[in-house]
Design a protein around this ligand. Sequence first.
Ligand SMILES: [Fe+2]
Length: 439
Amino acid sequence: MSQETPFYLQGNFAPVSEEITSFNLPVKGSIPEELRGLYLRNGPNPKDGDPGHWFTGDGMIHGVRLEDGEAKWYRNRWVQSRALVEGAQMIGPNGVDLTVAIANTNIVGHAGRIFALVEIAYPTEMTAELDTIGTTDFDGRLQTSMTAHPKECPRTGELHFFGYQFVPPYLTYHVLDASGALVKSEEISVPGPTMIHDFGLTDNYAIFMDLPIVFSPERAMSGNSFPYIWSDDYGARLGVMPRSGSNADVQWFEIDPCYVFHPMNAYDDGSKLVMDVVRYPELWKGNPDTFAPAHLHRWAVDLDAKKVIEQAIDDRSIEFPRVDPRRSGFKHRYGYAVHTDVPGGIDMRELVKYDLQTGNTEIHSFGPGTAPGEAVFVPAAGSAAEDDGYLLSYVYDAARDASDLVILNAAAIADEPVATIQLPQRVPFGFHGNWIADV
Ligand SMILES: [Fe+2]
């Protein structure tokens, strides 16, 4: 490859060219019988040429079905978006078309439906065998895009999310009830069109991150596929809104400029809110093509003193933080992330487990020539203990130029894997996924 080939078209970032269906996959170790469901993961897999940015390639889902202690099948499927199928453009003569969804970022289950997500469009519904049904606006009620990071509240079963756009309204908060009906949409006032990738949700509050990566009309007009860039002038602040409240109830807190794609989790702590985040001190200053190291930080939002106290937790560069989904919005002791190297792209090295009570960390290295992706926590059946469960991650193995679905014991992640399921091809490095248990 030429030196100009961008990182996202090289090595295991590069797309795969085939959709494969493979049954009864070979397994080393033993798949726990209690794992009955689908492990799905989304990521960019540009079908033709260079999409111009890692974040803008066509979405492809890689899925494995586990049942009866067996890996019943592996499938990888492009999301059949209108962009892929028709060549449709998101920005057309009638403005922004939210049905043109290159859904490449996450895939979630809610109320018996499965949605592939990208933050600039409507969600795209998929079948449990990864066929594309199409975009949905929840019976005409969703009027904005939907973040790729909605949060299901373990207490209410609601799915909380937001949409951000570079045209007004810039930020809107939404709630689907436990049956999947859109029951709340609330416009949130922000000064400008920033890139808002994710948010915090506690048992009582939503926390919005208005950070200085700002829509650039100049970049958009000059044909860059990724029109957001760092601003030295925009500032940075967190907006805290009671879940039952409205825009008038939002309290804003100035913080040091930084960027955060992903909180690990957020929770209420008396008159404070705690949000653990993977924080970039600066990102995409000058151009949005390179990445920088990012570290685990804790923000404590003091609602009485009206300030945010920031604390560095670890000096490793990490990304893709996750917690036990039963702790989402509630105090967590443990968190999981991918330890990365950053030579211009993001090199995945190993998995790290944080014990935020003791400050200890535990590592799982998969060995030479291997690289994991985001690890998803799946609780053990019938157990309430926070780390009693499994971590599932696609791990690339250069020796066979293919990937495995690896299952670790989350309570002892350094141990040998519980099971290693060999996939028939490699899974390019991508973004996010989830376990969708049979009900
Ligand atoms: Fe993300």
